[in-house]
Design a binder for this molecule. Structure first.
Ligand SMILES: [Zn+2]
Length: 298
């Protein structure tokens, strides 16, 4: 197939100027290894309207969107493609109220679809960090105060963040997760999901990391008001300000989805040429999720 590459808006709108062009793109991805009927396994089909495939044996009809994260998209596949493109091409993402205004859909519809896009952005957790990584924990939401230490207001949402650095201290990848508290059991989650036991980890001297020293290669050093963790603190600051600017209030049950979106863009910033295509592929291979499943996670 002819993959879409690049971040140019004009190029994008020319390529995906009709619903037909978008559906063909999805069909090429969905059936890249050939068609196989979901009902009977037969491999021959006849082509129907909207790129639907009709099994020549049992007559079962399948659309390019069915069972994917584009399943029954209410407002047309072309708008859906544009929203995905904007969520990948813009550095800071956009809010559901911006999408609602720009695409003439209700805020709820925009919000729901954007959560499906975020589902496609979730890390596959197949490539844990093996090199240099710094880990820290912080709070988001509520009023900032200058209190030091971990005696934070318990109503604030707590996040643990891992930043992989290159040998010359450039940010390579970022992962972040919401946690219930700053205990070692909670902090451990980011290690289990994203950090290899071979990785060289640096944290500040918070006691919550101590029990993890047995299993992971961790060096604890004083934070020195962030001076010893410069890159990490830039990322923490960016995450906080991104959440604050785009989303006035984020339900604790949804925060991981926004963190996935943030990480997805940062972690693919060196592969920007193919970021849109990659995300469409993931949205096709990820199973459809409905409104209730999105809400239930709160
Ligand atoms: Zn069939």
């Amino acid at each position: 197939m002819n993959k879409f590459e690049g971040e140019e808006l004009i190029k994008f709108t020319q390529r995906f100027s009709t619903d037909k062009a978008c559906l063909e793109y999805l069909a090429d991805i969905k059936w890249k290894d050939g068609f196989e009927c979901k009902k009977c396994g037969h491999k021959r089909y006849s082509l129907r309207k909207k790129q639907e495939r009709c099994c020549t044996l049992c007559k079962h009809i399948e659309s390019p969107t069915s069972g994917t994260l584009f399943h029954k998209v209410k407002f047309g596949i072309q708008k859906a493609f544009m929203i995905v493109f904007e969520m990948t091409a813009t550095t800071k993402g956009l809010s559901s109220s911006q999408v609602s205004k720009r695409y003439g859909v209700t805020r709820k519809t925009a919000w729901l679809f954007m959560h499906k896009v975020r589902k496609g952005m979730e890390s596959s957790q197949t490539l844990p960090i093996e090199g240099f990584v710094q880990v820290d924990e912080f709070v988001v939401g509520g009023k900032e105060n200058n209190k030091q230490g971990r005696s934070y207001n318990c109503k604030k949402k707590k996040v643990v963040c891992a930043v992989e650095l290159t040998e010359n201290e450039k940010v390579k990848r970022v992962y972040a997760l919401r946690i219930d508290d700053f205990s070692s059991q909670s902090l451990k989650q980011i290690f289990e999901k994203h950090i290899s036991k071979k990785a060289k980890v640096k944290t500040d001297d918070w006691k919550g990391y101590r029990p993890l020293l047995k299993e992971y290669n961790i060096v604890q050093i004083p934070s020195n008001k962030g001076e010893n963790f410069k890159q990490l603190h830039i990322i923490v600051h960016q995450i906080k300000s991104w959440l604050r600017t785009n989303f006035s209030w984020v339900h604790p049950g949804h925060i991981d989805k926004y963190l996935s979106e943030y990480s997805f863009r940062i972690n693919r910033s060196i592969f920007k040429e193919t970021i849109f295509h990659k995300l469409i592929e993931r949205m096709v291979s990820n199973a459809h999720i409905g409104y209730k499943q999105i809400i239930i996670s709160t």
